[in-house]
Write a protein that binds this ligand. Structure first.
Ligand SMILES: Cc1ncc(COP(=O)(O)O)c(C=O)c1O
Length: 465
């Protein structure tokens, strides 16, 4: 698909009516779609195009996922070729693309892992919870290790169990109550440290809250700890360097599995292939999605260390097999596209590119945006960046929702799509950036320029000018 598009207002109006009359959209209010919608008809690189001919620099790579950028036509050819060969067969049998993808992921992890395929990040985490529980049933028969320790403000998916594991108030409350097997502790949100410390000297002290929770719940009841290495949805919370190694040591001390959510962090986003690799830790369970296939098709995976995998081996009578199945797991067409997606990432050194371009973008954002009093902090790793906005730096009071929405609208009017953190009033005051890893310097400059003007506009509105 290219960026050329013949605007057709009549056809566009027809599609919008057709959609609004019959489609229920996620997370956006329908009234907003009536007033202000995008009808995507094409995309190339980091740019999407509306049916009316408008183009937008997509600084969110869709939903933090189109890592290799839009418009890679060769992936369409690979999908077509695989469909011609065999489009589908259940993963109770072996298929070539899924076997190759499993090997690729194992190589990226440095060996020692097996991969269970699912369709979305939520399912990948959900399968992780279940694998942790089944593992505990095999390995600790006298104990009842079933709980997951998680963090407030985390996002791990949209199913009931992943919502229960997560800690984003506004995403959770409509579906309460949840079962009590997910226990929460404060997260390393360093700009607003839960312990009142500073990240340059705290030594990752909030990891100790995880130990306190394990002791409090009883180690014989805890199966795993789930962490997203750099928390994305809450506004890009980069932990202090000591935090994750400390979490890992605590997991080892209490025979608790370490489950890492790499759904956004993974596949180059943070400047390494996986986010946890910045911290030298070795997960027992890892959920991946999004960047695994740059969202060209749905596929995701739960990757388990061989110590976990081996617990699922035995004779048929032992009943140790993975006791779950999903129809589309290991889908050959999605897997074939994912294999090529990862090859492209390696050929074009996209994780390194994310590190370099991220440093360039973050440097410029700090230079330009910190001049505005409402810019509390610019933070991130690689091309995962958060810009936390406050009424003033001293009080750190969160910029109000109306001004935040105005900033997003200003950017859109000026041809740039940026994101906003979720998590309810206390954490939705951060602009988030997660562009395709192929974003160019010129596009980064445009992004900084538009954000600079958007913040100036918000400041003027705040002062009533
Ligand atoms: C960290 C994290 N985990 C899990 C998920 C769930 O992934 P999916 O939307 O593919 O179910 C998301 C989605 O954004 C996420 O950000």
């Amino acid at each position: 698909m290219s960026l050329t598009n013949t605007p057709d207002p009549e056809e566009r109006a027809k599609v919008v009516k057709q959609d609004l009359d019959s489609v229920l959209h996620p997370i956006v209010q329908h009234k907003m779609l009536e007033q202000n919608n995008i009808v995507v008809t094409g995309a190339q690189g980091s740019t999407i195009v509306d049916q009316n001919g408008s183009t937008y620099l997509d600084a969110m790579a869709g939903l933090w996922c189109v890592n290799i950028g839009y418009g890679r036509i060769e992936l369409a050819q690979i999908a077509a070729e695989q469909m011609e060969r065999i489009a589908y067969y259940p993963h109770t049998a072996i298929n070539l693309p899924a076997a190759e993808l499993g090997e690729q992921i194992n190589n990226l992890m440095g060996g020692g892992y097996h991969t269970y395929f699912v369709n979305s990040g939520s399912e990948a985490n959900e399968a992780g919870f279940k694998i942790a529980r089944q593992y505990a049933k095999h390995e600790y028969p006298g104990q009842f290790k079933f709980k997951t320790i998680s963090r407030y403000f985390a996002y791990h998916g949209t199913t009931l169990a992943t919502l229960a594991a997560g800690g984003m108030g506004d995403r959770k409350t409509k579906f309460e109550p949840y079962a009590g097997e997910f226990v929460h502790v404060p997260a390393p949100t360093c700009y607003r440290c839960p312990l009142g410390l500073t990240s340059d000297s705290c030594g990752g002290a909030c990891a100790n809250l995880i130990e306190a929770a394990i002791i409090g719940e009883g180690p014989s009841t805890v199966a795993e700890v789930i962490v997203e290495p750099i928390m994305s949805g809450v506004g890009v919370a980069v932990p202090p360097p000591e935090y994750l190694p400390r979490v890992e040591a605590i997991c080892r001390k209490y025979d608790v599995l370490l489950h890492v959510d790499e759904v956004i962090n993974g596949f180059g986003r943070t400047g390494k292939m996986f986010g946890h690799q910045h911290y030298g830790i070795s997960p027992d369970i890892m959920a991946v999605a999004k960047g695994i296939v740059s969202a060209y098709l749905p596929i995701a995976a739960t990757v388990v260390k061989n110590k976990v995998f081996e617990s699922f081996l035995g004779e048929a009578a032992d009943e140790r097999q993975v006791m779950q199945v999903n129809t589309y797991g290991g889908h050959p067409v999605s897997a074939a596209v994912a294999v090529r997606n990862i090859e492209i990432m390696l050929e074009e050194a996209l994780p390194q590119r994310a590190a370099e371009m991220g440093a360039y973008l973050m440097g410029n954002l700090k230079d330009k945006l910190m001049k505005h009093g409402i810019c509390g902090e610019v933070r991130g790793k690689g091309l995962l960046i958060g810009i936390e906005l406050v009424t003033d730096r001293e009080s750190k009071v969160q910029l109000d929702g109306k001004l935040m929405a105005g900033i997003l609208a200003f950017c859109k009017q000026n041809g740039v799509i940026v994101g906003r953190s979720g998590g309810g009033a206390r954490h939705s005051n951060t602009i988030v950036l997660s562009p395709p890893l192929i974003i160019t310097r010129t596009e980064c400059d445009t992004l900084v320029d538009v954000l600079d003007k958007a913040l100036a506009d918000a400041e003027a509105k705040m002062k009533g000018k």
